[in-house]
Ligand binder design. Structure first.
Ligand SMILES: Cc1cc2nc3c(=O)[nH]c(=O)nc-3n(C[C@H](O)[C@H](O)[C@H](O)COP(=O)(O)OP(=O)(O)OC[C@H]3O[C@@H](n4cnc5c(N)ncnc54)[C@H](O)[C@@H]3O)c2cc1C
Ligand SMILES: *[C@@H]1O[C@H](CO)[C@@H](O)[C@H](O)[C@H]1NC(C)=O
Ligand SMILES: *[C@@H]1O[C@H](CO)[C@@H](O)[C@H](O)[C@H]1NC(C)=O
Ligand SMILES: *[C@@H]1O[C@H](CO)[C@@H](O)[C@H](O)[C@H]1NC(C)=O
Ligand SMILES: *[C@@H]1O[C@H](CO)[C@@H](O)[C@H](O)[C@H]1NC(C)=O
Ligand SMILES: *[C@@H]1O[C@H](CO)[C@@H](O)[C@H](O)[C@H]1NC(C)=O
Length: 288
C-alpha cells in the first residue's frame, strides 16, 4: 500500500513536471484584469465587486498591496515610505479620505505650514517671516487666479511664471522657500516644473499611526484578497478591440475581455512593460 502510494506520488510529480515543460505558457481567463494593486487598482476592483462583477483578477508585481502607500518596519516603528499626508483636509473633494481617517481614528497632526524654522549652513536661525509672506502675497495666494487667466495659452516653466508675478530668488532664504515648494514637492527644480502644476497649499494632515496609512483602506482590499495575485510582474500587454492578453515574468499568460492598467507614468515611460500594439502618441505624451 505504502509503495503503491509512493509510486503514484512519483508519477504525479513527473506528470506535473512534464506538463510544465511541454507548455511553458500557463493560462488563465477572467472577464476583467486589474493591473496593479495600489489604491487606483484596488478601488476600481472594489467598485466592480460592488456592482456584482466578480470575475476579476488583480495582478501585482510586488509582494504587497498598496503600491505607493506602504509602510515598513524600522527599529520597531512603522515608517511610511510613500504617501503620508492627507492634503487639503478642508476641501470637499478630500472628505472621503478624511471620513476614513476619522472612522479609523488615525493618529496624526494637522499643519498649515506656519511652523517653520530656517537655518543657514552654520546652524544660525535665519527664519524671516517677512520673506515667507512676500512669497504668499506675490505667488501662493495669486497663483490659481493667474493660471485661470492664462488658461488655453502655452505652458512655461514655474521659474518664468514666478518672475512674471514679481518674484526672484536672489537671497538664500528665498532659495529655501523655492526648494520646499519645488525641489522637495515635485523632485524637480522650478526650471522644469510646469507653471500650471503650481498650487496654493491648504491645511494638511500628517498621518503618524503604527497601523500604517494603507490600513485606512482595509475595507477595500480585504474582500479582494482571494482575487489578488502578488509577485506577478507584468512584462507584456497585448490588446485589441475585443480582448487583452497579459504576460507575467513567471511565464503565465492571463486573458480577459477587459484590462485596467494602473501603472505609474514612470513605469509606462520605462521599457519595463511592452504594449502590443504600442500606446498611441497622445498617451505617451503624458508619461514622465
Ligand atoms: C514617496 C511618496 C510620497 C507620497 N506622498 C503623498 C502624500 O503625502 N499624500 C498623497 O496624497 N499622495 C502622496 N503620494 C502619491 C500617492 O502615493 C500616489 O498618488 C498613489 O498612491 C498612487 O496610487 P496608484 O494606485 O495610482 O499607483 P501605485 O500606488 O503606484 O500603484 C500601481 C501598482 O502597480 C504595480 N506595478 C507597477 N508596474 C508593474 C508591473 N510591471 N507589473 C505588476 N505590477 C506593477 C506597483 O507595484 C503598484 O502596486 C506620494 C508618493 C510617493 C512615491
Ligand atoms: C486564475 O483565475 C482565478 C480567478 O478567476 C484565480 O482565483 C486563480 O488564482 C487564478 N490562477 C492562477 C494560477 O493565476
Ligand atoms: C448584487 O447582488 C446582490 C445579491 O445577489 C443584490 O442584492 C444586489 O442588489 C446586487 N447589486 C447590484 C448593484 O446589482
Ligand atoms: C517581500 O519582498 C522583499 C524584498 O523583495 C523581502 O525582503 C520580503 O521578505 C518579502 N516579504 C514577504 C512577506 O514575502
Ligand atoms: C524591538 O522590540 C523587541 C521586542 O520587544 C526588542 O527585543 C528589540 O530590542 C527592539 N528593537 C529596537 C531597535 O528597539
Ligand atoms: C496656521 O496655524 C497656526 C497654529 O495652528 C495658527 O496660529 C495660524 O493662524 C494658522 N494660519 C493660517 C493662515 O490659517
Amino acid at each position: 500500500m505504502y509503495i503503491m502510494f509512493k509510486i503514484i506520488l512519483h508519477l504525479s510529480f513527473l506528470f506535473l513536471v512534464d506538463r510544465s515543460l511541454s507548455s511553458p505558457i500557463k493560462q488563465n481567463k477572467t472577464k476583467v484584469l486589474i493591473l496593479g494593486a495600489g489604491l487606483s487598482g484596488i478601488k476600481a476592483a472594489k467598485t466592480l465587486l460592488d456592482r456584482n462583477i466578480t470575475d476579476i483578477l488583480i495582478l501585482e508585481g510586488k509582494n504587497y498591496t498598496g503600491g505607493r502607500i506602504h509602510a515598513i518596519e524600522f527599529a520597531n516603528y512603522s515608517i511610511e515610505t510613500g504617501a503620508n499626508w492627507i492634503h487639503f483636509v478642508n476641501d470637499g473633494e478630500t472628505k472621503p479620505i478624511v471620513d476614513r481617517r476619522d472612522a479609523k481614528k488615525m493618529q496624526g497632526l494637522t499643519s498649515n505650514y506656519s511652523d517653520i524654522l530656517v537655518r543657514d549652513e552654520a546652524g544660525n536661525d535665519i527664519t524671516d517671516f517677512a520673506v515667507l509672506r512676500e512669497f504668499y502675497d506675490k505667488i501662493e495666494h495669486k497663483i490659481e487666479d493667474y493660471q485661470l487667466k492664462r488658461k488655453g495659452q502655452p505652458d512655461f516653466p514655474a521659474r518664468v511664471g514666478m518672475q512674471m508675478m514679481g518674484w526672484s530668488a536672489e537671497q538664500p532664504i528665498k532659495s529655501v522657500i523655492e526648494y520646499f515648494n519645488f525641489d522637495f514637492e515635485f523632485a524637480r527644480s522650478p526650471e522644469v516644473v510646469s507653471f500650471h502644476n503650481m498650487f496654493e497649499r491648504g491645511e494638511d494632515f500628517f498621518i503618524a499611526d503604527g497601523r500604517g496609512v494603507w490600513s485606512m483602506y482595509e475595507d477595500l482590499y480585504k474582500p479582494l484578497e482571494a482575487k489578488t495575485l502578488l509577485g506577478k510582474l507584468v512584462k507584456k500587454i497585448k490588446y485589441n478591440a475585443d480582448s487583452v492578453e497579459v504576460q507575467t515574468s513567471d511565464g503565465w499568460s492571463y486573458q480577459a475581455d477587459y484590462a485596467l492598467c494602473t501603472f505609474s507614468s514612470g513605469v509606462l515611460a520605462s521599457d519595463l512593460v511592452t504594449f502590443e500594439p504600442a500606446l498611441p502618441d497622445w498617451k505617451k505624451r503624458g508619461h514622465l
